[in-house]
Design a protein around this ligand. Structure first.
Ligand code: PEP
Length: 289
């Protein structure tokens, strides 16, 4: 029925496509990710999980995807003790499921621990451990092909921003990832985190205009190079010194679908960030365009 309409009535097919894209834009679910980095202990995890369990959550928070990237040795434990609506995420994984790769963990091991999400390409992996766009793209592709959901991080350094290279750098990073995705279905399991390196752990948050400009650029790039449908449905989240105070303005931006949070995810402030989108605080993407 739908197909014949689309084939025989071009006017209606445009309408149908537009309606579909509008729906996709409107159904981008809030995503809030924490990143504990190399912090924590069983005692600290117990304390943090208790804080999260005691939190009050609005309806929009309960509908959100909320994940916490924790050190791999605590993945299974953390996943079990977190409140039910929050899941653990791995902070990294390799591009093979087993083999002679000392120190690495694989997508199948992560899944075997009951964990569904992995963060790949964090700027600390890029900068401290020399991970390249190519390696990150391969890891994203492999994790997606092995049934994991992925938060893929991209972002420019201060030097790159000041040299006017922000969009170029981001385009290369996202192009590498897009080029490695093997199946269009995998886009559904990908969240892109825009994390300007100069904002990570510095207390210097991007302004809402700076963040929105980049998110809109990324969505436009995806529309032209991948598909309109992917560009409207993919969640693009912001990371870099997000707090319970600045999150509410950021989330009102048309193309910001959530956050990746480092420092504040280790504090009760994370509850405020999960609650960033209280009813009425954010219009639909379509209304806001
Ligand atoms: C991060 O590590 O991904 C991050 C955004 O850190 P922070 O929130 O501390 O800036």
């Amino acid at each position: 029925m739908t197909l014949s309409l689309r084939n025989s009535r071009p006017g209606l097919s445009v309408l149908f496509e537009n309606e579909k894209l509008v729906n996709e834009a409107m159904t981008r679910r809030l995503f809030v990710g924490g990143n504990w980095k190399m912090n924590g202990s069983k005692a600290k995890i117990a304390e943090m999980c208790q804080v999260l369990k005691n939190g009050h959550y609005g309806a929009s928070a309960r509908d959100a995807d909320v994940v916490i990237g924790c050190p791999s040795v605590y993945l299974e434990h953390t996943n079990q003790v977190l409140p039910k609506f929050i899941s653990a995420a791995a902070q990294n994984c390799y591009k093979a499921n087993c083999g002679a790769f000392t120190g690495e963990i694989s997508p199948s091991m992560i899944a075997d621990c009951g964990v569904k999400w992995v963060i790949i390409g964090h700027s600390e992996r890029r900068q401290l451990f020399g991970e390249t766009d190519k390696l990150i793209a391969e890891k994203v592709s492999f994790a997606l092909s092995n049934e994991l959901k992925v938060v893929a991080c991209i972002g420019e350094t201060l030097q790159e921003r000041e040299a006017g290279k922000t969009f170029d750098i981001l385009m290369h990073q996202v192009q590498a990832i897009a080029g490695a995705i093997k199946d269009t279905e995998h886009w559904k399991n990908l969240v892109v985190a825009y994390e300007p390196v100069w904002a990570i752990g510095t207390g210097k948050v991007a302004t809402k205009e700076q963040a929105q400009e980049v998110h809109a650029f990324l969505r436009k790039w995806l529309a032209s190079k991948v598909s309109e449908s992917v560009s409207q449905s993919i969640r693009i989240i912001y990371g870099g010194s997000v707090t319970g105070d600045n999150c509410r303005d950021l989330i009102k931006q048309t193309d910001i679908d959530g956050f990746l949070v480092g420092g504040a995810s280790l504090k009760p402030d994370f509850i405020k960030i999960i609650n960033c989108q209280s009813e009425g605080s954010r219009g639909s993407s379509v209304e806001r365009q």
